[in-house]
Ligand binder design. Structure first.
Ligand code: ZN
Ligand code: ZN
Length: 346
């Protein structure tokens, strides 16, 4: 066991504070990673505040982890000391179900192990990236290509893969009209990736406040959803809409923006149930769907794609002492576009 410094929430809704945690000794197939950067994901805040149900405390959040390998177990074949690597939302899965066998560990039916706020197969609670080091089985570690700096790579491990996976699954590409709802941490990655995939990209944001940014990041069009004329003008316009917002949406209004056979995919989740008149999907044979992160192979594919296209996250680098303030700013949509913690300050 190794004792490492970390930032943890001691109880639900409590501010995060500096503490120490134990990391397990490196096992046969484990990689020890010196964490360099950890992104702050909106879901860290949902979980610290128990917005998605009962959670495990003390909690060290963080599932957008970028670092460097500092030790490997004797059975490790894919990584060596000095490699640039990342860890996302999962650190293990059952490895036996149909989904795991197909590389869709995010939909593991046997129960996957989340990077934090989870219980590992050894019965110990998992702790995330707001810490100096982490020990992870090599099968849940991905390589970060040279073309992306580690600080800009960290948010790709959740925000990047969460948007890449549905964009690929629903075939965003040349000739397709794709709308991204919300230009935050997830949304800004969705715009960059959809643009790099060759789709015609529209941002649907509450106001035009971030329009210049949206166009700079790769959007072709930008509309304010607070303006009712937007929903008139864009009726039937899109093949695919990816909603990244976690506030409740008028789903019927957004479904009306789809073409026949179009899909509205949610990657953001409001804390309360939503209601829908099903005629919104019956007319036009529309799909209302959701999508959760991505598999490990797909995460590696996303990182390689981002390196090839020069895509990293737009980040605000902060010290660990600023985490609580950063949470408040995320809740106020006051970040462009992802806070990343410099792990050297933990
Ligand atoms: Zn996340
Ligand atoms: Zn499984």
């Amino acid at each position: 066991m190794t004792t490492v410094a970390a930032y943890a929430a001691p109880a639900a809704k409590a501010p995060l504070e500096r503490t120490t945690i134990e990391r397990r000794a490196v096992r046969e197939h484990d990689v020890l990673i010196d964490i360099k950067f950890a992104g702050i994901c909106h879901s860290d805040i949902h979980q610290v505040r128990e917005g998605w149900g009962e959670a495990i405390f003390p909690m060290v959040p963080g599932h957008e982890i970028a670092g460097v390998v500092s030790e490997v177990g004797p059975g490790v074949t894919r990584y060596k000391v000095g490699d640039r690597v990342g860890v996302g939302c999962m650190v293990d899965s059952c490895r036996e179900c149909d989904n795991c066998r197909a590389g869709k560990e995010q939909y593991c039916t046997g129960g996957n192990v989340m990077t934090y706020n989870g219980i590992g197969k050894d019965g110990e609670p998992t702790h995330g990236g707001y810490s100096e080091k982490i020990v992870v089985d090599e099968d849940f570690v991905v390589g970060i290509p040279e073309g992306i700096s580690l600080d800009e790579a960290a948010p790709l491990l959740c925000a990047g893969i969460t948007t890449y996976s549905p964009l690929r699954h629903w075939n965003a590409g040349p000739g397709k009209k794709v709308a991204i709802v919300g230009l935050g941490g997830l949304g800004h990655m969705a715009v960059k990736i959809a643009h790099a995939l060759g789709a015609e990209v529209t941002v649907l944001s509450q106001s035009l406040r971030k329009k210049d940014d949206g166009l700079r990041l790769g959007a072709d069009h930008y509309y304010a959803t607070a303006d009712p004329a937007t929903f008139e003008e864009l009726k039937g316009a899109f093949d695919l809409i990816v909603s990244t917002v976690s506030a409740p949406l008028d789903l019927g209004a957004y479904l009306s923006l789809l073409r026949t056979d179009g899909a509205l995919v949610n990657v953001g989740a409001p804390e309360e149930p939503v209601s829908l008149n099903l005629f919104s999907v019956i007319g036009g044979r529309k799909t209302l769907a959701g999508s959760s992160i991505g598999g490990i192979r797909e995460t590696q594919e996303m990182l390689d794609f981002c390196a090839e296209h020069g895509i990293g996250a737009e980040i605000e680098l902060i010290g660990a002492a600023e985490i609580n303030e950063a949470y408040e700013r995320v809740l106020n949509s006051d970040v462009r576009y992802r806070f990343v913690i410099d792990a050297a300050t933990i």
